[in-house]
Design a protein around this ligand. Structure first.
Ligand SMILES: [Fe+2]
Ligand SMILES: [Fe+2]
Length: 251
């Protein structure tokens, strides 16, 4: 679907790949030429370049979505440490968007966002955690940290792979921009672990009655909770192996 943009310049650092086309792509995938520098630099083939740009569009969408999700997560946080962590990462995320725009420019492309299904799912998880936990509890912070770390790990995987790919083809300027963001995502993940270990996890476990106490003696409110649980179970979709087989046959 990106056919129209396929033969555009790979980056500001190199000349057009249009004449090399598929042979360059095959050579790139042969594994024989993984390190390139100076005049021997290998160019990314058309198909790989399209894939690379598509992945940029995906993470561009994800980062933009995060600028809307992070303020909500900050607002929902119980501890000041977590709220500040989210606010700080919002500022970084705005910078990640700007860096991606620079990368698009170096690729000779207009910045374009393509819906990232994975990030949409992760955001839904975060929203569910906010709905399912009580305001002002540390349990909510535990949930928010888990949700946020899943997001960071998605970003780390994406930026890690894209940085490696850019480096493989000697696109150093692009690789440097992506690597800067990668480093900030890693730091954010570590920061979240620090907050969990020092401010949240343990006190969350003792902020109310132990879970087992709820099963002693059946008050009317406990009976209601069980009903809620059953209702939730009805919502659970079971993993259907046959469904996947059908999908595979189609593809
Ligand atoms: Fe980011
Ligand atoms: Fe992030």
């Amino acid at each position: 679907m990106e056919k129209g943009t396929k033969s555009k310049k790979a980056s500001g650092e190199k000349t057009s790949t249009a004449t090399k086309g598929k042979s360059a792509s095959r050579a790139a995938n042969s594994g024989k030429q993984t390190k390139h520098s100076g005049d021997n630099q290998m160019q990314m083939g058309e198909e790989l370049q399209t894939l690379f740009v598509d992945m940029l569009k995906d993470i561009y969408w994800a980062e933009k979505a995060l600028t809307k999700a992070l303020p909500k997560m900050a607002k929902a946080s119980t501890t000041e440490e977590l709220r500040e962590g989210f606010e700080e990462h919002l500022t970084q995320t705005e910078e990640h968007i700007k860096r991606l725009e620079q990368v698009f420019e170096l690729m000779g492309q207009k910045p374009q966002a393509k819906k990232c299904e994975a990030m949409e799912g992760l955001q839904k998880e975060a929203e569910e955690i906010i709905e399912d936990t009580e305001k002002g509890t540390l349990t909510r912070d535990v949930g928010l940290i888990v949700a946020a770390q899943k997001v960071e790990h998605y970003e780390i995987a994406t930026y890690g792979s894209l940085t490696t790919l850019a480096n493989t083809f000697g696109m150093t300027e692009i690789a440097d921009l992506l690597a800067q963001t990668l480093e900030e995502e890693k730091q954010t993940d570590e920061n979240l672990t620090y907050i969990a270990e020092n401010n949240v996890n343990f006190p969350a476990g003792i902020e109310d009655e132990p879970a087992t106490a709820q099963h002693k003696g059946k008050s009317s409110s406990n009976a209601m909770e069980e009903e809620d649980y059953e209702e939730e179970e009805d919502d659970t979709e079971e993993y259907d192996e046959n469904e996947e087989d059908e999908e595979n046959e189609k593809g």
